[in-house]
Design a binder for this molecule. Structure first.
Ligand SMILES: C[S@@+](CC[C@H](N)C(=O)[O-])C[C@H]1O[C@@H](n2cnc3c(N)ncnc32)[C@H](O)[C@@H]1O
Length: 307
């Protein structure tokens, strides 16, 4: 029996992970256990720290902006953060807007929710695929950041329709996703191949960033805009590059359990081998000037349907 199956307490989707005949023994982290979720990243203290670093990296990349969509939040507005994680985007926003702007977060996993939060910030457990009925036409802005490793291909259109339903007329959705990452060296190229296999085995949409503009149109959004940003990754780019490297290599380290529980998917045979691979990939980024992680921000508006 694998270490993963022996472990007590929460475990994500262990049934599907353990359906593999030959899971590879390793020390697993905590994962979410929301029914039907394909989410492949952990939910623990290390992930909380990573999300804090990631937030700093992303906000810096966007020129110190939390909101890219063309909206000025005013008292009485409601804002939703879908898949809020540790709520760090909302907490940051709370420090920059009027306390009379109402801030709401939702996530399938409450473990990372902050223990203290401002009075105008509420958090609840739930899925982006089925937002509460009473949220129809409520929000001026809905933010959703990095659900690439969470939403299945068939869920993306559902989530965008739900977001559209919950936006007030004239309101904006803002979606940030990773587009491309890593060097052209052997460690990075092989890892991208592994991720394509992992994502497709769990019906996740690895190229969601490319498909978002079209999907937004199909979900009745208008005024669709796309902005792309290249984040330098690796020591060659100084502290900024080290932060980007650490964040994204740690994303990949976090995918170790789903990969090993799936028997390594033909790419890896032991925990040690995977750990070494991540070290080698980090070094490859350090030594390959020009390595980047590319992200894209799509924002779009719900406009009144003409009679
Ligand atoms: C990579 S984390 C990003 C967290 C946050 N958006 C941020 O940028 O800091 C993805 C989050 O999405 C959540 N998640 C996964 N599937 C979800 C779903 N169907 N509905 C809502 N949240 C989901 C996970 O629990 C996790 O907290």
């Amino acid at each position: 029996m694998s270490v993963a199956t022996q472990r007590q307490g929460s475990s994500t989707d262990q049934a599907s992970y353990n359906s593999c005949a030959n899971p590879i023994q390793h020390r697993p982290r905590n994962y979410v256990s929301y029914p039907g979720s394909s989410y492949i990243l952990p939910s623990d203290e290390d992930e909380q720290a990573r999300l804090a670093l990631q937030h700093r990296v992303l906000v810096r990349a966007l020129g110190d902006r939390l909101v890219v969509a063309p909206i000025t939040l005013t008292p009485g507005n409601h804002v939703l953060d879908c898949g809020t994680g540790s709520g760090i985007w909302l907490l940051d926003l709370a420090s920059k807007v009027s306390p009379d702007v109402q801030l709401q977060g939702i996530d399938i996993e409450p473990r990372l929710f902050p223990t203290t939060r401002p009075e105008n910030m509420q958090l609840q457990v739930g899925t982006a695929t089925k937002l509460p009925e009473e949220w129809s036409n409520k929000f001026s802005l809905i933010n959703q950041r990095l659900l690439i490793a969470a939403l299945k291909s068939i869920e993306w259109p559902v989530v965008l329709k739900e977001i559209h339903r919950c936006l007030a007329e004239g309101g904006w959705v803002q979606l940030l996703e990773a587009k491309r990452w890593g060097a052209e060296g052997p460690h990075s190229v092989k890892h991208r191949q592994l991720l394509e296999l992992l994502f497709s085995s769990r019906q996740l949409l690895i190229d969601c960033s490319v498909q978002l503009p079209k999907m937004l149109g199909e979900a009745a959004f208008q005024n669709v805009h796309v902005e792309e940003y290249r984040l330098p990754a690796g020591k060659w780019a100084g502290q900024e590059g080290i932060d980007v490297r650490d964040n994204f290599i740690n994303v990949f380290r976090g995918m170790k359990t789903p990969i090993l529980n799936a028997g390594g998917l033909g790419y890896v045979n032991s925990e040690e081998e995977y750990d070494q691979w991540m070290d080698d990939m980090a070094q490859e980024w350090d030594e390959t000037e020009g390595t980047t992680v590319d992200i894209c921000v799509c924002y779009a508006q719900k406009v009144p349907v003409e009679a």
